[in-house]
Design a protein around this ligand. Structure first.
Ligand code: CP
Length: 305
């Protein structure tokens, strides 16, 4: 693996290797002193052109726990505001002897374009509605920790599937690991093409949740939608919201995930977020472990201790 741009092109073996490595990193996170020398002397650029709380900070902490040096570059305050292209920005930063670039961008395909022009590994931290590969990996890790394996589980992904890079990465990793995947949400936000890959696509939330072992609740991305696609928030909550009532249709041991940030009371009720069914905070912690694993795999370690 040279870069991590998507999960669609990874083999099952690659995915399992990264998840096993992530589980080792979880053990490092549980230590009182988390810093290990693995990436000492390496430098990483976090290039974030879209807002982020979890992904940006967990990439930064992951790099620091591995003893790498990190710089954070955002659109605001960079020369992009003076008209410099992203390509020139990335090439100039890469010239500062950095060893890896993490990029989040609102346009699908930007990480691939940077990988084409840079000689260092590029990691996709979420691009447009394309993919969010480290999110897919951390979701798979969280489910594996709770259920032992994804094989044979029914995983329901609920919400704005059309605009969701998380849904795309989740679908590839969940299918690769043997889960049965169903997606549900308002009809205008459901891509029928996922049926080609063996995903069940239904607007009927009851059908999607019945006997589900895992429910991944997607954020309603109001910033990406035209008003035509979105019912009122009240109607959305009534028909596709995850509440104690809709959760009762799922398997009694079903767990609930959400990639964040959450719109409480819209796609998910606060009482579900705070309940014992929720694995939302473990997802966040696993995000650090997964990003440590990815940085370690791509930047190669190479310390001599
Ligand atoms: N899950 C996720 O990508 O969250 P952030 O936008 O806060 O990084």
């Amino acid at each position: 693996m040279q870069d991590l741009l998507d999960l669609e092109s990874l083999s099952k073996q690659d995915i399992i290797g990264l998840l096993d490595l992530s589980q080792n990193m979880v053990e490092i996170l549980d230590r009182p002193i988390k810093k290990v020398p693995t990436l000492r002397g390496k430098a990483i650029v976090n290039l974030f052109f879209e807002p982020s709380t979890r992904t940006r900070n967990s990439f930064e902490l992951a790099a620091k726990y591995l003893s790498a040096d990190v710089i954070n570059v955002q659109k605001s305050g960079s020369s992009v505001e003076k008209g410099e292209t992203l390509w020139d920005t990335a090439r100039n930063l890469a010239e500062m002897a950095v060893d890896g670039v993490v990029v989040r961008h609102q346009v699908s395909g930007v990480p691939q374009q940077l990988a084409d022009i840079l000689d260092v590994p590029v990691i996709n931290a979420g691009d447009g509605s394309h993919e969010h590969p480290t999110q897919g990996l951390l979701d798979a890790l969280t489910i594996t920790q709770a259920k032992g394996s994804l094989a044979g589980l029914k995983v329901a992904i609920i919400g704005d599937v059309l605009h969701s890079r998380v849904a795309r990465s989740d679908i590839w990793v969940f299918l690769a690991l043997g889960a049965d995947v169903v997606v549900s949400g308002p009809p205008a936000l459901l891509p029928q093409k996922y049926e080609e890959f063996g995903v069940e696509v239904t607007a009927d939330l009851h059908r999607a949740l019945t006997d589900a072992d895992v429910i991944q609740v997607l954020r309603l991305q109001r910033e990406r939608q035209s008003s035509k696609e979105l019912p009122s928030l009240w109607e959305y909550h009534l028909r596709w919201g995850i509440t104690s009532h809709s959760l009762s249709w799922a398997h009694p041991d079903a767990i609930v995930l959400h990639p964040g940030p959450q719109n409480r009371g819209v796609e998910i009720d606060s009482e579900i977020i705070e309940s014992s069914r929720s694995r939302i905070l473990p997802q966040v912690r696993n995000g650090v472990a997964v990003r440590m694993a990815v940085l370690f795999r791509l930047l190669g370690g190479g310390h001599d201790e």
